[in-house]
Ligand binder design. Structure first.
Ligand code: XLS
Ligand code: MG
Length: 346
């Protein structure tokens, strides 16, 4: 294991999931939030990430006062455990009010709901001590192109972001792009889209991105290049590492599980650009396989971090001088084999 690594690690309560899929029920019993928090601490992770209703369950039924009270109780629980909240994300894909989208719904009442709920999430984030609001824009897209106007949808999203930025002078919005699922096509499918839209807001400095490995792969892009792109703008504020086997449903496999070399490339680009040096966390947005037994329900989290740390060692021990010589000679055949043999080890 790498020692003195600068990385801090994080996962969310939804990453200890119960195995339900569209074709079958759960395969593991549910665990309480407190149990999950205890396991996070035992595993030696540093932070937890939250959907707004992970932090305050049944949020839609609660008053602003009640929401504040419960968020403060959670903050105390985190303080007592010596843990922090990495981010809060409004869950804008579950309610009957977000069937046709949240900020881009065709119904103004639903758009209002989405913005109000996002403002409440910002209040929760503030109480929990994080300035990051993650926006996974699950239903901002269409199943059929004629249902919404693409350009109007961008205007509506920018208006929504502006209202969130105005609500709290400190909050930073980290857009988590994903090209599809649940939608046919999402409006902000890649990091390039996210960072372009940031420029249309009232405070582009406070609109950045979160990259998830699987989402880049679903867009047909290389996660390492997407990371490099976001870091070129100083806009990679959070990271969801996992893996994905081709163009399928969003698999959220353990980091490195499908493409070890791709995982190495991601770690290498993070190392080269000093990800984490401004306090950013490495989060694993991974799920146990449906076949996982209850007693192994944490393995995918521990394994993802182990793989990450092993790859940090691999990135640090990669012979950069030899690689440079091969690059100068344009001997990419040898460079390719050098990477493979380095990963295979002795
Ligand atoms: C779904 C997303 C989701 C976000 C948090 O595909 O990865 O889990 O990370 O809202
Ligand atoms: Mg994610």
């Amino acid at each position: 294991m790498a020692t003195n690594h600068p990385y801090k690690f994080c996962f969310g309560p939804w990453n200890i999931s119960e195995g339900a899929d569209p074709y079958g029920p759960t395969t593991r019993p549910p665990q309480t939030f407190d149990w999950k928090l205890e396991q996070l601490k035992k595993l030696g992770f540093d932070a937890m990430m939250f959907h707004d209703d992970d932090a305050v369950p049944d949020i839609d039924t609660k008053s602003a006062v009640q929401i504040r009270k419960e968020a403060k109780e959670l903050k105390k629980k985190l303080d007592d455990a010596g843990l922090v909240a990495e981010m809060v994300a409004p869950r804008l894909w579950f309610s009957p009010m977000t069937i046709d989208g949240a900020y881009t719904s065709n119904d103004p009442k639903c758009r209002r709901y989405a913005i109000d709920r996002s403002r409440r999430s910002i209040d929760i984030a503030k109480i929990l001590g994080t300035d990051i609001l993650v926006l996974w824009l699950a239903r901002e897209g269409t199943y059929l192109r004629e249902a919404k106007k693409g350009r109007r949808s961008i205007v509506l999203m920018v208006e929504a972001f502006d209202q969130m930025l105005a609500h709290d002078k400190k909050i930073r919005l980290a857009i988590e792009p994903k090209p599809n699922e649940p939608m046919d096509h999402a409006y902000l499918p890649t990091i390039g889209h996210a960072l372009a839209v940031a420029q249309l807001t009232r405070d582009p400095k406070r609109v950045g991105a979160l990259i998830e490995t699987a989402h880049c792969i679903l867009a047909g892009l290389d996660p390492a290049d997407e990371i490099a792109f976001a870091m070129s703008f100083g806009k990679l504020w959070s990271l969801h590492l996992n893996d994905q086997n081709g163009l399928k449903y969003d698999q959220d496999k353990p980091f490195g599980s499908t493409n070890l070399r791709g995982a190495f490339d991601q770690v290498r680009v993070l190392e080269q650009n000093k990800y984490g040096s401004r306090g950013e966390y490495v989060c694993f947005d991974v799920h146990p396989f449906r076949t996982t037994k209850p007693e192994h329900t944490l393995a995918h989290l521990d394994n993802s971090r182990r793989t990450f740390l092993r790859l940090v060692e691999k990135a640090r021990s990669f012979d950069e001088t030899a690689a440079k010589k091969l690059i100068a000679a344009r001997d990419y055949q040898a460079l390719d084999q050098m990477v493979i043999e380095h990963l295979l080890g002795k």
